[in-house]
Each structure stands twice: as structure tokens, then as C-alpha cells.
Design a binder for this molecule. Structure first.
Ligand code: BGC
Length: 810
């Protein structure tokens, strides 16, 4: 029975179809005569990107000012659900003030490879951490009566060819790693909406995937809200409806309306699917509108000036401070003293012009931004500044380096702000390598030859290689810290607070150490997830590979002691829903107040089958004064021990033994206990060779055996269709002129003057790699359906057909 049956019965078929795609980029369709108001959806996830005019979803045009909170790659390092809840609540409040009903976030895709251009928007390589933080963020936003949109569902782990890549993942990795990250947020966070991703999975578009949308998301996870496409991710609307998808965004193109209408009238699709989606959309609209009324009754009338900007700036500062990770601190060089005898030198263009957020749809227009220098100036710290390197102009490099090197003396304390320039990381493309710009690496190495007290502050959305890590005295990883990053770093450097963040991902020595380094970004049509469940630390641990800094690592200015592990029970059974309480004593044995993130990992002791050495299953952040101690409890449920069995095709608990490890990082395990499990006997069936030992890199044949398929290469060529991209069609001789015109159109549309401009690079890459059909969906005025189809005819050499299309405009 539908909730809004009587309203739906009063709608015409056309009205119902119309309601299932938006009005424009951000709004749903309003039907005044039916009493259906419109709602607004805006990006997320680290602040509100609400555009009233000049709409686009690529981060080009300005949006209303809002608070730029630290990015997910940094907030993940807080391991702090309360903090994520608070941040979500603040974003929800800003949404309420700007009359936005749904915030598009959080992104809980797993960081499969460090080069993914969008890793800054995602939390972790670990599904437990990612799921818990995503859940907290959703709860925070939704506590303000504003909906969240959990994205991007699913197996969307790269930006290269993101609209056409086909993720080939074995079912165990799919369930134990990639879908786990969504399961908690859906079941516990209950987001009002979930966003389907652009890519395909096993040859089927995510937005029309019956297994993922219906069997997993709706049936297994119990999702009852609105399933919305990523912007222009719709491919076949009938198939989407039947798989459980409801809302197509953005709207305005009415690309599929006629097709859907005809399918219903001719019986190709039952109308009940449409009604179901309309019902869910109506529910979202009324629910968010009603909760807005309630909130306004509580908070009073609100508008975009109602946000207490300073308060949110302070929150942004606190979140950044609670998340930054102290990777190294030799000889206790940190914290620094305000009145030091040593000269303090600050260097690095990023100390002045901070990189605090990434590019693309999540781009925020912040109220204000503080640099590292601002942070130090606020505290009245005396220092000398040298630019050291240039973010833009390679030619200036030598002069800048010389300038600082000529004055450095052995006892100088040198703070270097290093990191990735804007154009290195963005939605829409992946990084080409894991290195910092050469001039920055060079500068740091040269500095370490002159002073023993070099401290590096790192700014990047994802891991970088640190060839100087052994030479410098300290490293503070700031990731992309949001608008108050400068003050947050200064708070930590001068010891007003002790750092407490822990790495939410592994930092390898070199990119080549990564299990996917030989395959990632090479074949971007059939993307083989050859490593299976061995993602992140699960690979490094089992393969016994040294890393630069392990998952969960992070130092403090104080020290903690762990003692007395105990378990509330020593056996769990599959047939019972049980809760095991793991407790231990934690004491601050140092001289400063600090916070420790204790991590709980489990290890299945049966070494047959797909075994991982450690899987994170819980964590707790505790604040302790010097000498203080507390009994810490972390709870585990039976399902935390369950894993997907490839033969039984479901999650099961295996009979056996598990070690429970409590660690201050994934490699610093402090306490260990043991628990028995009563469940299914593991069928010690063949594990394809590679997965038993992880020697070397996984081969295609090992992966084919794991997944039980033969991989066939996608051939790209004529005849082209609207599902092809301009990039795929560009080499046809006649396309040269078309490409010239297109480039000009793009420059006009984006207002970007130079091709060197970062914004242009981002947009150009997305434009070239978006199928023509999706360009028509996202930009119906600039690329109407007939124009898109004419271009395809031209690429195919069908000039008469192209001319006819252009003439008839149909
Ligand atoms: C992104 C989404 C975003 C949407 C709307 C897409 O390009 O993938 O994450 O929410 O645009 O801006």
C-alpha cells in the first residue's frame, strides 16, 4: 500500500513521470495545483554548496558562502563519531538557513587506490571506519530535519572514465569491503536518500542494477528512502525504475519522459513501478518540508544570514585540530615553545596560500580562510618567512630555494608547508603519480642537510610519497583541513592541544608497493578489482610488506598504557544475536593531557580460506589528563565476525577461533584476547593460488579464477552511439572541426579564459569523458538531444542524417 495513494491517484500519467526527474540542476518539480512543493538538493559533503543562480554541478560557478569544514580524508582521522555528528548538524543547520532540504553526502566509497582523484571526499580504506563515520554524519545532518544522500552507490572507486568504467569485483570483496561501507549508514543512519553512481558493475549501470539496488540496498539493507541518480547517471529509465531507482537528477532535459510513457502504455513496464517511485519522492518532499516547519518553529525564522559564522569557524577549527595526524616527532621537537631560543623559519607557498579543499562538485565558497601564517600571527609567534617554492611557475624554483638555503643555520627550526597544488587532485580525473612536485621534495631534502630541525606540514587529500621522511624531525599530516586549517595547525604545533588523529589509510613507502599499482588507471573500461578483499592494510599486513606509516598510526604529546583486557563472554554463536563487551584499562602515563584512539581488530585464526590478519571492528577515543585512567569498553556484535561465503552466497559465521586485538595502531597491538565462534564449518575449497599467500601482484588469471569469469576487452569504435564520449569519437577526421567548436562552447559556457586554468582542466576532462547522452541530460540547453545525436552521426560519417537532425531539431 502506498503512503500517498490518494494523491497519486489524482495525478495524470504525465505528471507522475514529470515528478521523477528534477526541475533543474538542484530542485525537484513543484506542482502547485496538487499541493506538491519543490525541494532543493545541494552538495556536500564538507559544507554546503548551494547555488541559487548560475547552476552547475562541477564546482565552477560560485555558490552561496558557507562554512568549509575539513574534508572527509581528514575528519576520518578523528575516528570520532560525536565530532562527525556535530559537523553534520552544523551543515544541516546551514542547509536549514538556506532552505535546502537534502545535502548530497556523505561519500563512503572505499579508497581502493591512493591515486583516485576524489579520495579527499571519502573516509577510508576500511569499511568499518567509513561506515561508522558516515552514519554519524548522516545522523547529524538529519537531526536538523534535513535529508542526507549517501553516495556513490556503489563500487565507484576511481575517477578515470568514471561514467563508463565497469567495476569487476568478486562477491566477497563486494560484500565484505565495498558494500559494508554502505550497510551501516543505510541501516543505522537511515539516510533520506541514497545516490546511485555513474559506473557499471559487471556490465550493468549502477543506477539500473537489480542485484545492487533491489536485492542488496532495498531488501538486505532495508532502504526505504529515495534512490536518486548521480547527476546525469541515468541510462535507461525503465530499467532503473524496475531495479528500484526513483529520481533522476538533474532535471530539465525530459529526455526519457516519452519513452517511459510509451513503455507504460504498451505494457512494457508496469505502472506500479512508477507509482512506487512517485510515492517515495512525495514522501521525501513532505517529510523534509514538514520537518523544516518544525525546525523553524524551534529556531525561529532563518535565512542565509542566520548562521553564526564565527561559531562554525571555531567548530571547523576544532574538528581539524582533533583530526590532524602527527606522523613523526623525533626527539620531541614538537610542541614548539612560543619563546624559543631558536630562530623559527616558515617556508612554503602553501603556508601563505593554503590548499584546504579539493576541486569539483564539493567545492565550497567559504566565509573566510586562515593560512598557517594567519594561525601563527594570531598567536603572536615571531618567524621569518620564505616562499621556498612556487605553486605555479617552475622557472622561479631555483631562486626561491637559494634564497632560503643561504640563510639557514643548523639550529634553526624550519617549518615547511608542503603539499599538492590544486591541479593535482580533483573530481573527474585521477592523479598520475603519488609524488609531491619535485621542487618541494628537493627543497625539503636540501633543508635537512642544513638543519636537524625540519618539520613538515603536509597538505594533500590523499597519500604522497615522502622520500625525506627519515631525514626530517617531524611530520604533521593536515590533509585538506577546511577553512580554519591554519589556526588548527598552529594550536597543535605550539602545544595548546595534543595531536590525536590516527591514519584512516595506509601510507606506503612508494606507490609501487600498492597491490593495485600495476593495474589501476591502466585499463579503464573493464576495471578488475584483482586484489579482492585485500584492500589497504588488509593487503600490506598479509603480504608482510613494510609501509611508511601504517593504518591507525598517529602520535601524541603524551603516552598511554594499556592493561587488563577482558571479554564479557568467550564464545559467540551464529544462531544468536550476541553482544560481546571488550574492556581494558587505559592510562595516561605522560605529562600532558591528551586523547587516545584505541582500535579493536579481529583476526580469524583459521588460516585456510580468505583470511585477513586484522579487520578493524571498533574504536574509541578517550581523553585523559596526566596520570588519569579509565576503563574503556568497545562492543562487538555477532555480525562483526560474519563474512561473505562465496559458495553459500551469504554472510556466515565460521566455526573457529578469533583473536581480539586492542591496538594504538594496526601495527602496535597492545592487548590480545581470544573468543570461540560456533558457526558454519569453513569449506576449505580452492582459494586461487594468489589469494592464499599474496606473493607479488595478482594476475588476471588468478582474478578470473576468483571471480569465475573470462574477461573480454571492450572494443571502442564505429558505429558510435549516444553512449560514446567525445574522447572516444575525437579521432575520426571529421571530428576535428566539431572538437574545435565544442572547445569554444565549453570555454564560453564556463567563462574560463585559459586552457591552463585549473577549473578548465577539470571541466574539460569531465566533458570529454562524459557520454553524449549524459551531456544532454546535464546540459539540455547547450547539448540538446538532437545536437548530441547529430554529433554522433558526424562521427559515424553519416552527414546527411546529421544535417536532417540539425534541421528538424528532433
Ligand atoms: C558528483 C556528485 C555530486 C553531483 C551534484 C556529481 O558530479 O559525482 O557527488 O553530488 O555531481 O553536484
Amino acid at each position: 500500500m502506498l503512503k500517498h495513494q490518494s494523491l497519486i491517484s489524482s495525478m495524470t500519467l504525465e505528471e507522475k513521470i514529470r515528478l521523477t526527474s528534477g526541475k533543474d540542476n538542484w530542485r525537484t518539480v513543484e506542482m502547485k495545483h496538487l499541493g506538491i512543493p519543490k525541494i532543493t538538493l545541494s552538495d556536500g559533503p564538507h559544507g554546503l554548496r548551494h547555488q541559487e543562480e548560475d547552476q552547475d554541478h562541477l564546482g565552477i560557478n560560485e555558490s552561496n558562502p558557507s562554512t568549509c569544514f575539513p574534508l572527509a580524508s581528514l575528519t576520518a582521522a578523528s575516528f570520532d563519531e560525536d565530532l562527525l555528528y556535530e559537523m553534520g548538524r552544523a551543515i544541516g543547520y546551514e542547509a536549514l538557513c538556506q532552505d535546502v532540504q537534502v545535502v548530497l553526502g556523505p561519500g563512503v566509497n572505499i579508497k581502493r587506490n591512493p591515486l583516485c582523484g576524489r579520495n579527499f571526499e571519502y573516509f577510508s580504506e576500511d569499511p568499518c571506519l567509513s561506515a561508522k563515520l558516515g552514519t554519524a554524519w548522516i545522523r547529524g545532518v538529519q537531526s536538523m530535519g534535513v535529508g542526507a544522500s549517501l553516495k556513490h552507490f556503489a563500487m565507484n572507486n576511481q575517477e578515470s572514465n568514471r561514467m563508463k568504467s565497469d567495476s569487476l569485483v568478486d562477491r566477497k570483496a563486494m560484500h565484505d569491503i565495498y558494500l559494508k561501507s554502505f550497510e551501516g549508514p543505510v541501516k543505522e543512519g537511515k539516510p533520506y536518500t541514497v545516490m546511485g553512481s555513474y559506473n557499471l558493475i559487471d556490465g550493468i549501470y549502477a543506477c539500473e542494477h537489480p542485484y545492487l539496488l533491489n536485492d542488496v540496498l532495498r531488501e538486505k539493507f532495508g532502504f526505504e528512502g529515495v534512490l536518486v541518480t548521480d547527476w546525469s547517471a541515468m541510462n535507461d529509465k525503465k530499467a532503473s525504475f524496475m531495479a528500484g531507482l526513483d529520481l533522476e537528477m538533474p532535471g530539465g532535459a525530459v529526455y526519457f519522459d516519452e519513452e517511459v510513457r510509451e513503455a507504460i502504455l504498451t505494457g512494457k513496464m508496469e505502472e506500479k513501478y512508477l507509482d512506487q517511485s512517485v510515492d517515495r519522492i512525495l514522501d521525501l518532499v513532505f517529510r523534509t518540508r514538514n520537518s523544516r516547519e518544525k525546525m523553524l518553529a524551534e529556531y525561529g525564522p532563518l535565512d542565509k544570514n542566520s548562521v553564526d559564522r564565527e561559531k562554525h569557524h571555531e567548530l571547523s577549527r576544532r574538528i581539524a585540530r582533533e583530526s590532524m595526524v602527527l606522523l613523526k616527532n623525533e626527539l620531541g621537537i614538537l610542541p614548539l615553545e612560543k619563546e624559543s631560543m631558536h630562530r623559527l623559519i616558515i617556508t612554503g607557498a602553501l603556508a601563505e596560500k593554503p590548499r584546504y579543499q579539493g576541486a569539483g562538485s564539493s567545492h565550497i565558497n567559504p566565509y573566510k580562510v586562515t593560512s598557517l601564517r594567519d594561525g601563527l600571527d594570531e598567536k603572536g609567534i615571531k618567524y621569518t618567512f620564505f616562499q621556498g617554492y612556487s605553486l605555479m611557475d617552475e622557472e622561479q624554483e631555483e631562486g626561491l630555494e637559494e634564497e632560503i638555503l643561504s640563510v639557514i643555520e643548523e639550529d634553526d627550526i624550519v617549518l615547511v608547508a608542503a603539499g599538492l597544488p590544486d591541479e593535482y587532485e580533483s573530481e573527474g580525473f585521477d592523479r598520475e603519480h603519488m609524488r609531491l612536485p619535485t621542487q618541494q621534495n628537493e627543497l625539503i631534502l636540501q633543508l635537512t642537510k642544513k638543519s636537524r630541525k625540519v618539520i613538515v606540514l603536509l597538505y594533500s587529500g590523499a597519500p604522497v610519497e615522502m622520500p625525506w621522511a627519515d631525514e626530517v624531525a617531524a611530520i604533521l599530516n593536515c590533509y585538506l583541513p577546511g577553512q580554519a586549517g591554519g589556526e588548527a595547525a598552529a594550536d597543535l604545533l605550539f602545544g595548546e592541544f595534543s595531536p590525536c588523529g590516527k591514519l584512516p589509510e595506509t601510507l606506503p613507502h612508494r606507490y609501487e608497493d600498492h597491490v593495485t599499482s600495476e593495474i589501476y588507471g591502466i585499463e579503464n573500461y573493464q576495471v578488475e578489482y584483482r586484489e579482492g578483499i585485500y584492500v589497504g592494510y588488509r593487503y600490506f599486513d598479509k603480504a608482510g610488506k613494510q609501509v611508511r606509516f601504517p593504518f591507525g598510526h598517529g602520535l601524541s604529546y603524551t603516552e598511554f598504557q594499556y592493561e587488563e583486557l577482558s571479554l564479557s563472554q568467550y564464545e559467540i554463536r551464529m544462531d544468536k544475536e550476541e553482544e560481546v563487551t571488550v574492556s581494558f584499562r587505559l592510562r595516561n602515563i605522560g605529562e600532558r593531557e591528551g586523547k587516545e584512539i584505541s582500535q579493536l581488530y579481529i583476526e580469524r585464526m583459521d588460516q585456510e580460506g580468505y583470511v585477513v590478519k586484522k579487520s578493524l571492528k571498533g574504536f574509541k577515543k578517550t581523553s585523559l589528563r596526566p596520570g588519569e585512567e579509565k576503563i574503556i569498553e568497545i562492543k562487538l556484535q555477532t555480525e562483526d565476525f560474519c563474512e561473505y561465503d562465496l559458495k553459500l552466497e551469504k554472510e556466515v559465521l565460521y566455526e573457529g577461533r578469533y583473536m581480539i586485538h586492542i591496538g594504538s595502531s594496526s601495527q602496535e597491538l597492545r592487548l590480545t584476547g581470544e573468543i570461540k565462534s560456533r558457526g558454519i564449518h569453513l569449506d576449505k575449497a580452492e582459494v586461487p593460488q594468489y589469494y592464499a599467500r599474496l606473493d607479488g601482484k595478482p594476475s588476471r588469471s588468478a582474478f578470473e579464477a576468483l571471480k569465475g569469469i573470462r574477461i573480454r576487452k571492450t572494443e571502442i569504435g564505429k558505429p558510435f552511439t549516444v553512449n560514446n564520449t567525445l574522447y572516444e569519437m575525437k579521432d575520426a577526421l571529421q571530428m576535428r572541426i566539431v572538437m574545435k567548436i565544442m572547445k569554444r562552447m565549453l570555454a564560453d559556457a564556463t567563462g574560463v579564459k585559459s586552457e591552463k586554468d585549473n577549473a578548465y582542466k577539470v571541466v574539460y576532462s569531465m566533458f570529454m569523458h562524459t557520454p553524449i547522452k549524459r551531456l544532454s541530460l546535464v546540459s539540455p540547453d547547450k547539448m540538446p538531444k538532437y545536437l548530441g545525436e547529430s554529433i554522433v552521426h558526424i562521427a559515424n560519417g553519416e552527414f546527411l542524417k546529421a544535417a536532417k537532425k540539425a534541421r528538424d531539431k528532433k
